[in-house]
Design a protein around this ligand. Structure first.
Ligand code: MGP
Length: 214
């Protein structure tokens, strides 16, 4: 019994020492990187009509610390400098940025469509804000439903979207939409729509019906 108690005290003391060591190191050693809650993958798509859609998609890199995110961000082209037909996608590690992935197939997206003139004013800021909402888990416990985000550079008007995993999850989807709109600083009266991927994938023209709006 006594030896059990000694072992327990020993364990607690060891934990305290390790915690102290960890805290001291974080303060002393600027080389320690700050971990994100999730690991993310950044993907690039460049349209080439001679290939299947999936074959134009490439994983650029994965990151899971704040420092690695900024190192990546500071070394890649801003979206406004990409040519038409290109996309960036940032998804949780293990999820591919396509409707067919099992995390996406029952989901949908909050879609922001930008008028052409906004490419040089708002696009890069909106994309950075979107990525920060995701890596910073800005939707609280609802962040669990987040799959990733996509930016499409298109001559007809650019698009940014947040993809979530369950288009039937009304409370979660609505919360994410409202919070996202707030984070981008969009006016309340501007309406954004959420579309199920199943509807987008089977649409017959460029317009997909909104399942939710905020
Ligand atoms: P897009 O790149 O999402 O939008 O889809 P774009 O270019 O603005 O076109 P629009 O249709 O929205 O006006 C373009 C096309 O790429 C789609 O019609 C599909 O053929 C293909 N595509 C896009 N996504 C996201 C997927 C996907 O997840 N899976 C598959 N198989 N094809 C996709």
């Amino acid at each position: 019994m006594a030896s059990c108690a000694v072992q327990l005290i020993d364990k607690v003391t060891r934990r305290k020492v390790e915690k102290k060591k960890f805290e001291t190191n974080i303060l002393k050693d600027p080389c320690i990187k700050h971990p994100l809650q999730n690991r993310w993958g950044l993907w690039f798509y460049k349209h080439d009509k001679s290939k299947m859609w999936q074959d134009n998609l490439r994983l650029i890199t994965r990151f899971d610390t704040v420092e690695d995110f900024w190192a990546l961000y500071n070394n890649i082209q801003m979206p406004s400098k990409l040519s038409s037909g290109c996309d960036y996608s940032m998804f949780k590690d293990g999820i591919e940025p396509m409707w067919e992935d099992r995390s996406n197939k029952c989901g949908g997206r909050w879609l922001i469509t930008l008028a052409k003139q906004h490419r040089h004013t708002e696009l890069d800021r909106f994309w950075l804000e979107t990525m920060l909402c995701l890596i910073g888990e800005g939707f609280g416990s609802f962040s669990r439903d987040i799959c990733g985000s996509v930016i499409n550079i298109r001559a007809k008007g650019d698009k940014i979207a947040i993809w979530t995993s369950n288009a039937e999850n009304c409370e979660t989807v609505t919360y994410i939409g409202q919070k996202y709109k707030e984070s981008l600083g969009l006016p309340q009266k501007l309406v954004i729509g959420y579309q199920a991927h199943a509807d987008t994938a089977t649409k017959s023209n460029s317009i997909t019906k909104n399942k939710f709006v905020v």
